[in-house]
Design a protein around this ligand. Sequence first.
Ligand SMILES: Cc1ncc(COP(=O)(O)O)c(C=O)c1O
Length: 353
Amino acid sequence: MALAAYRQGKPAADDAFKLSSNENPFDPIPEVLEALAKASGINRYPDAAAIHLRERLAKRFAVGIDQIHVGAGSVSIIAQLLQAAAGPGDEVVYAWRSFEAYPGLVTVTGATSVQVPILPDGRHDLPSMAAAITDHTRAVIVCTPNNPTSTIVTTEEFDAFMAEVPANLLVLLDEAYGEFVTDDAAVRGEDVLRRYPNVVVLRTFSKAYGLAGLRVGYAIGASRILDGARATAIPLSVTSPAQHAALVSLDHEEALMERVARITTLRELIWQSLVDQGWPVPKPQGNFVWLETGERTERAAEVFAAYGIVGRPLGSDGIRISIGEAQSVDKLLRASAEVVRDLPSTARSTRLD
Ligand SMILES: Cc1ncc(COP(=O)(O)O)c(C=O)c1O
């Protein structure tokens, strides 16, 4: 009863662009489709340990195979780790707004969410998050780039934060959008893992690799911590086609990262145009932009929908719009120009970069 049912982004009408779920707009690469078409053995259960994929990822990150855990989407690994770490009477600290799934995942463990407000420019307030840690805290989640504000945590900020965090407190570094980051100042999980054995990095094949529908993500971290996730995981959740498609995607990473580059180029263009229109948009580093529409969010979503853009309105805070097909840009910018005109002048023109 404490939990609202999960609501997915709205389906889009045939002629509208679905920019509500931060999906990758490109069709799967032919090699992935071929691998899926050839998938055999689906009358058998998948390899529960996802050995080949874990071996491959372990090699790539120069860690042991037990320092990799694969799940049916990174969200399921967050759930597993929280189940393992927290229960009634415990607390989990994270920024808010952040990924909409966090509150529900924490509630299910019986623990209490401690939500630390993000800064006015959409970034994590890490000093306040460190200050919110108590003897009851069992985990902290840091989301970079943050969903929905698309802002990063820098290495410097992260190091300063970790200096305040007890060495035995689990820190989840959620990098679902890590591949879209172009700012060199951003913290990179693979670089900090070696410094902080209490950090687990979460990555996914859903976004940059375009496999959202297959459900496959992974965690990198100390094997003793990941054993907690392996213990609470529902066995056999990561299907064979998902494991194969992830492996094939790693074989063709160059082609996939070229698509990521196309998305980030489009993102820069959209961001610049929004700033020129008077939007105070934080410089985006994920595959999405965040428009603060406040009390006018519902109305703004209607305007976007009328132009054929389905974004994700979030309460009375704003709308998150994914960077999608190149053909969506014109509609998006025409809608945003109309919406910004109706915003109170205080909400406009304070350029943040
Ligand atoms: C911040 C963040 N983390 C994790 C996820 C989950 O991704 P998946 O479960 O598809 O790997 C998402 C998906 O939108 C996200 O925005």
